[in-house]
Design a protein around this ligand. Structure first.
Ligand SMILES: Cc1ncc(C[n+]2csc(CCOP(=O)(O)OP(=O)(O)O)c2C)c(N)n1
Ligand SMILES: [Mg+2]
Length: 322
């Protein structure tokens, strides 16, 4: 039930974000995680609170599943001072080191070397910490993807490379950009990193897979590569009219929508309709509260402009997230 609640929360949060973007309350970029919720929710449930998460710009689902407050996340999307990064980072750069959430990153693949660095630190400090780094199929062809896998393997670092293969990078199908074929997880074999696929539309399958492979990584076996097979139901960003994919393909994947599929599973002997409704009402209230919080929060004061920015103007020790 907790897994269902989180998936329903992320779905509704994303739908509400789209609405608020259309109303002009959220500006700039907005990339929705709708369709991929089972990955974030199943994964975070299987990790330890001390683990590190590093991710890409499609990061709202990961952040909420990791326990960042939806109010602070919505306020960040709105650019308000009460947001996770004081309203100065926005949708693509959610961040909360207290939760081990080491950031969403906008540069495709840029998070991979950062994750290897975090894992190197854990290795030196002998901390039993796993660094999980999410990336999309679009990151596969970046040089730093290979650099990161290679170094992690050479140094046997505790990092879980986590590919969310949703078949598209912006408007381009993975078959047109990646020469290695559909079983992308095989890319890890070149670096002798063990790898497997998981059904990214099945929250329980994700949970079991991550439990198993995170234990290996934590136990000192070196990196692991997990490929979750998934699909994004919306465009790349709010600016994308999705003319490039056919309606039939979407229909096939929508039948596997992780939220209603798991709901039906629960109804078959785990929960009653009334219990599920209560969860959904609860989630609606939580999302409404997040919107109300963002709406009533102030914009950052202009005097904040240079705080937390690496331009040498701030006094040492002044940084909030230090
Ligand atoms: C280095 C770099 N090149 C290009 C872009 C522009 N860009 C933003 S998202 C994206 C596609 C990434 O697709 P994928 O990794 O599959 O992630 P998804 O959006 O499917 O979650 C591109 C090319 C970028 N942000 N960074
Ligand atoms: Mg993709």
């Amino acid at each position: 039930m907790a897994l269902y609640r989180q998936m329903a929360l992320i779905r509704l949060f994303e739908e509400k974000s789209a609405e608020m973007y259309t109303r002009g309350k959220i500006r700039g970029f907005l990339h929705l995680y709708i369709g991929e919720e089972a990955i974030a929710v199943g994964t975070m449930a299987a990790l330890d609170p001390t683990d590190y998460i590093v991710t890409h710009y499609r990061d709202h689902g990961h952040a909420i599943a990791r326990g960042l407050d939806p109010k602070a996340v919505m306020a960040e999307l709105y650019g308000r001072a009460t947001g996770t990064s004081c309203g100065k980072a926005g949708s693509m750069h959610l961040f909360d080191p207290a939760k081990g959430f080491m950031g969403g990153y906008a540069i495709v693949g840029g998070q991979l070397p950062l994750a290897v660095g975090l894992a190197l630190a854990s290795h030196y400090l002998k901390e039993p910490r796993v660094t999980v780094v999410f990336f999309g199929d679009g990151a596969l062809n970046q040089g730093e993807f290979h650099e990161a896998l290679n170094l992690a393997a050479v140094w046997k670092l505790p990092v879980l490379f986590y590919l969310e293969n949703n078949l598209y990078g912006m408007g381009t199908h993975v078959d047109k950009t990646y020469a290695g074929g559909r079983d992308v997880f095989r890319a890890a074999a070149h670096y002798r990193i063990p790898a497997r696929q998981v059904d990214g539309m099945d929250v329980l399958a994700v949970y079991s897979a991550v439990k198993e492979v995170a234990a290996k990584v934590r136990g000192g076996e070196g990196p692991f590569f997990l490929e979750a097979l998934t699909y994004r139901f919306r465009g790349h960003s709010m600016a994308d009219p999705i003319h490039y994919r056919d309606a039939e393909e979407l229909q096939v994947w929508e039948k596997r929508d992780p939220v209603p599929v798991f709901r039906a599973y629960l109804l078959d002997g785990v929960a009653t309709e009334a219990e599920l409704r209560r969860v959904e009402q609860d989630v609606e209230q939580e999302v409404e509260a997040a919107v109300a919080f963002a709406d009533s929060s102030p914009l950052p004061d202009p005097s904040e402009l240079y705080r937390d920015v690496e331009d040498g103007r701030e006094a040492p020790g002044e940084r909030r997230h230090a």
